[in-house]
Design a protein around this ligand. Structure first.
Ligand SMILES: NC(=O)c1ccc[n+]([C@@H]2O[C@H](COP(=O)([O-])OP(=O)(O)OC[C@H]3O[C@@H](n4cnc5c(N)ncnc54)[C@H](O)[C@@H]3O)[C@@H](O)[C@H]2O)c1
Length: 370
C-alpha cells in the first residue's frame, strides 16, 4: 500500500509518499540526495521521539527534541532547531527531517527555510491533521506575541512521508482534530471522499481500530492530498482566492477557539462547528442549497462533534463577535467567509452580510432541521 504524488508549488517540487510503514533514515537520505547522515538533523517532540529514534536507527543523526503542542510553537523552539543544525555542522546542502504533527513540521520547515538562507526539508507527518493538511503546501511558521503563525515563510518540503503506522499511538482527541480537516477538504471537492466519509462513524476515530479502517483512511488521505495539492498548485502563495478556499469553516472556528479560551476546544472541534455555521450562513444568503447545508450538518454530527449554536463552550457571545471581526483573514478591512456552494465553496466578503445575520446565526436561529 503505497502511493506517490508530485506537486509543483512555484519553483518548488514536493513529492508525497503515502504509505503504511515509517520510512528509515537511509531511504530518506537516498530520496533527498543527501550524501551522508552527518548532513542532516531530525526534529521531533517528546511524543514523537520514539518514532524519530526508529527512523534514525543506528545512523549518527543529531536529534532535536522539542516540547510538544501549540504552546511550544515559538521562537525558542526555532532557536533550538537552528542551534542543533549549527552544532551538527550542517551547511546549505543540509537536510532537516521533521517527525511530528503540524507544530513540529511548521517549526522545522521555518528553520529549514532560513538556515543558511534555505536548506533541504523533508517531513514525516505523524498526525491525521498533519497528513490531511499541515505537511503539504509550504506554509511554515511559529507563534509570536500570542498570535498564531504571526511569523512564517512559504517553503514546501521536497519530500513528505505520510506513514499510517504512526497514527496507532495518536490520542482520540488528535484523531478528531484531523478528521474535521478531512471533512472540510471533502466538502471542497464533493467527490468520492464525501461518500467514503458518510460510510464511517465516530468509531473510526479510535487509533486502535486502525487495521479495520486502513483502507478508507488511506483513500481519504490520498484524496485529501490530491485536492489540497491541486488547490495550492493553483495559488501557491495565497495571492488569489483559490487557496483561501482551504479556510472553509475556519473564520468561525478561529473566533470560537478564541472566545472559548485557547486550549478549551481542539482546532478540529472548532472547525467542525464552523463548517456547520458556514452551511447555515450560506443557506441564509442563498449560496448553499438547503439539502447541502443539511448534509454538512449530518456529516459533522456523525463524527460526534458538537454542532449546536451557540456552542456550549463559546463563553461570552460578545467576545466571539469581537474575535470574529478581528479574524486575521481580514483583507483591506473586510472579513472573508468561505461558504459551501452547490458544489465546492465560494469566498464571500462581509459587505454582503448584515451584522445582524451573524448574531442570528450564532444564536441558532438559522439552524436547519435534519
Ligand atoms: N502549514 C500548514 O499548512 C498548516 C495547516 C494546518 C495546521 N497547521 C498547524 O498545525 C498545528 C497543529 O497540528 P497538529 O494537530 O498535528 O498538532 P501537534 O503537532 O501539536 O500534534 C498534536 C499532539 O499529538 C502529539 N503527537 C504527534 N504525533 C503523534 C503520534 N503519532 N502519536 C502520539 N502523539 C502524537 C504531539 O506531540 C502533540 O501533543 C498548528 O500549529 C497549526 O497552525 C499548519
Amino acid at each position: 500500500m503505497t502511493r506517490e504524488y508530485r506537486f509543483t508549488f512555484g519553483q518548488f517540487l514536493s513529492q508525497v509518499h503515502l504509505q503504511k510503514k515509517i520510512p528509515p533514515a537511509d531511504a530518506i537520505l537516498r530520496h533527498t540526495n543527501t550524501v551522508s547522515a552527518s548532513r542532516s538533523i531530525l526534529v521531533c517532540d517528546t511524543h514523537t521521539r520514539a518514532i524519530a529514534l526508529g527512523i534514525r536507527g543506528n545512523l549518527d543523526i543529531p536529534l532535536c527534541v522539542l516540547s510538544p503542542g501549540e504552546t511550544a510553537k515559538g521562537w525558542p523552539a526555532v532557536e533550538q532547531i537552528l542551534t542543533t543544525a549549527k552544532e551538527g555542522g550542517l551547511g546549505r546542502d543540509g537536510l532537516f527531517i521533521a517527525v511530528g504533527g503540524g507544530v513540529v513540521s511548521d517549526l522545522a520547515a521555518f528553520g529549514a527555510s532560513v538556515f543558511m538562507r534555505g536548506c533541504k526539508l523533508c517531513i514525516v507527518s505523524t498526525t491525521l491533521l498533519g497528513m490531511a493538511d499541515a505537511a503539504l503546501g509550504g506554509k511554515t511558521g511559529f507563534d509570536l506575541l500570542g498570535i498564531k503563525n504571526l511569523v512564517g515563510t512559504f517553503y514546501p518540503a521536497g519530500h513528505i512521508y505520510l506513514p499510517l503506522e504512526t497514527l496507532t499511538t495518536l490520542p482520540r482527541r488528535e484523531w478528531k482534530s484531523g478528521m474535521a480537516e478531512l471533512i472540510k477538504t471533502a466538502l471542497l471537492d464533493d467527490g468520492e471522499m464525501v461518500n467514503t466519509l458518510k460510510n464511517l462513524g465516530d468509531e473510526f476515530l479510535r487509533g486502535d481500530l486502525l487495521p479495520k479502517y486502513e483502507e478508507p483512511l488511506f483513500a481519504l488521505i490520498a484524496a485529501s492530498v490530491k485536492i489540497k495539492g491541486r488547490i495550492v498548485e493553483a495559488d501557491p502563495q495565497e495571492t488569489g482566492t483559490d487557496r483561501a478556499l482551504l479556510n472553509l469553516g475556519h473564520t468561525f472556528a478561529h473566533a470560537l477557539e478564541s472566545s472559548a479560551g485557547l486550549g478549551n476546544l481542539s482546532h478540529g472541534e472548532a472547525v467542525a462547528w464552523g463548517l456547520v455555521r458556514s452551511g447555515e450562513l450560506g443557506h441564509h444568503l442563498g449560496i448553499t442549497p438547503r439539502e447541502r447545508a443539511v448534509e454538512i450538518t449530518g456529516l459533522v454530527r456523525s463524527f460526534g462533534y458538537e454542532i449546536a449554536a451557540p456552542h456550549p463552550k463559546m463563553g461570552d457571545k460578545k467576545n466571539f463577535m469581537t474575535a470574529l471581526r478581528g479574524d486575521k483573514k481580514q483583507k483591506a478591512g473586510k472579513l472573508r467567509f468561505v461558504l459551501p456552494a452547490s458544489r465546492g465553496a465560494l469566498v464571500v466578503e462581509d459587505d454582503l452580510i448584515e451584522p445582524r445575520s451573524l448574531v442570528s446565526l450564532i444564536n441558532g436561529e438559522y439552524a436547519l432541521c435534519y
